[in-house]
Write a protein that binds this ligand. Structure first.
Ligand code: DLL
Length: 433
């Protein structure tokens, strides 16, 4: 089996610790002297750069959260002048404002490197045709895979998301061998291929690199059977770099974390204590080489477990289990991150609506659907149907603009949504992962 970067991906554990310690010290120095936010937090904790002498000292440092990024929106946590930033990406924040991330030229090189590892790990090489059906744009999926694909010398097809008929046509005509998209879209495509009447034998597809949302082993089996490919799980998040943080190898037994660049810890989300190796908890990352937006102990909210056993593939990089849950209420719908609080902030800006709502998520023909039921205030609309329809449409447009997602809006009368005595239930997720 090919390994992209033998030196790092197969380094012995002592060697890795050494690299991590040296890089952590550099990172801490970088943020201390360049990011007032980090300097203040460290000073409050009575720490200076000299307090961190090895990776073992990491747990002394405070955590960073999405809220911290939001409070420093848009560029407050960047550690270099804007003239050094060559790219920005963004993902959903908890209320309206996106989380903005920035890359220097060296960061883009790091990203390409870890994506080259990811694709090689999945079994791809320069002879492959990679059809990238992740969205291009502010989302990191499209461009992340793109740079990795070019780095390994494969032929990249930057088709981006959507337009299923065209996806199938190009997959057939160009002979795509690797498909990169969300697992739910892969299933949708599989069914569309069957319906299109194309014989699977006419396609050259052999590998799928799927991520950006949770998916189960059952879903993997279904995709592998329907598309007759090997389906590989890839994981990442914008705040850390995008895709390229961790990926499965062909053993499909956990995702190798690129821990020479991103140091993982698993904590108890309640007590915030670091858990012993092998325990399940919330994943936390510290970037070890990033320049533009270094992250110290970033709480991902993803729940998983680290596995330090040696993998049959020969890589020594620690593996994380498939992520199936989160410790917060973030939903991932068609690959787009959504917090119920984002919906709430749009509702609060509208007149005539009560803050009683329910989001209903489902999966129909392998595509996620999103519906909002919200109560109207009859005082404003004494049974004026046209006014109500106008309100419904305005709400739908505002939500779609703010969330970047299609949504069905249904207005219901006052008290139609069940009241809860404890924590309000805002979401019903009928998808079966
Ligand atoms: O989803 C980056 C990405 C793009 C990963 C393409 C893989 C492929 P964000 O939009 O910032 O970045 O969303 C990050 O998505 O915290 C997880 O909750 C979830 N996620 C990403 N990959 C997986 C996966 C991209 N393989 C958030 N399994 C993360 C489960 C995943 N959840």
């Amino acid at each position: 089996m090919e390994v992209w970067n033998h030196q790092f991906e197969c380094m012995d554990r002592n060697g890795i610790k050494h690299v991590q310690s040296a890089r952590l010290m550099e990172t801490v120095e970088r943020v201390y002297f360049n990011v007032p936010y980090y300097r203040n937090r460290m000073q409050e904790a009575g720490l200076g750069p000299e307090s961190i002498r090895s990776i073992e000292d990491l747990s002394k440092l405070p955590f960073t959260t999405k809220q911290d990024l939001r409070e420093n929106y848009p560029f407050g946590l960047f550690a270099v002048p804007m003239s050094e930033i060559v790219r920005v990406h963004a993902s959903s924040g908890t209320t309206g404002k996106p989380t903005v991330v920035g890359y220097t030229r060296a960061d883009i090189a790091t990203w390409s490197e870890v994506m080259a590892r990811t694709l090689t790990c999945a079994g791809a090489d320069r002879n492959d045709f990679i059809q990238i059906a992740y969205g291009y744009g502010l989302f990191t999926g499209g461009l992340g895979l793109h740079y990795g694909g070019e780095k390994i010398g494969a032929s990249v097809i930057p088709i981006s998301g959507g337009n299923t008929t065209r996806q199938i046509q190009l997959m057939h005509d160009f002979g795509s061998t690797v498909l990169a998209c969300t697992p739910s879209y892969a299933l949708y495509l599989a069914e569309a291929i069957t319906e299109s009447g194309i014989n699977r034998d006419e396609l050259k597809l052999r590998i799928g690199v799927f991520g950006a949302e949770p998916w189960t082993e059952n879903m993997r089996r279904e995709i592998e059977d329907k598309l007759r490919i090997k389906a590989i799980d890839i994981y990442g998040l914008s705040e850390v770099i995008g895709p390229g943080v961790a990926s499965e190898c062909q053993e499909q037994e956990g995702l190798h974390v690129n821990e020479d660049h991103f140091y993982p810890e698993v904590i108890d989300p309640k007590t915030l204590e670091v858990l012993p190796p092998g325990s399940t908890g919330e994943l936390v990352f510290t970037t070890l080489t990033k320049e533009g937006l270094p992250m110290i102990r970033y709480r991902t909210r993803d729940l998983t477990r680290l596995n330090f056993e040696r993998c049959k593939c020969g890589r020594t990089m620690v593996r994380m289990d498939k992520c199936l849950g989160r410790s917060d209420d973030m939903l991932i719908i068609r690959g787009v991150n959504l917090f119920p609080s984002q919906v709430e902030s749009v509702l609060l800006e509208m007149g005539g609506i009560k803050p009683h709502y329910l989001l209903i998520v489902d999966r129909v023909n392998n595509l996620d659907t999103l519906e909002l039921k919200v109560e109207v205030d009859e005082v404003f609309f004494p049974d004026r149907i046209s006014q109500l329809e106008e309100l419904r449409q305005r709400l739908q447009v505002n939500l779609e603009n703010s969330l970047g997602l299609g949504i069905k809006v249904t207005l219901v009368e006052s008290k139609a949504i069940e009241r809860s005595e404890g924590k309000a239930k805002r979401v019903i997720d009928n998808r079966k992962f």
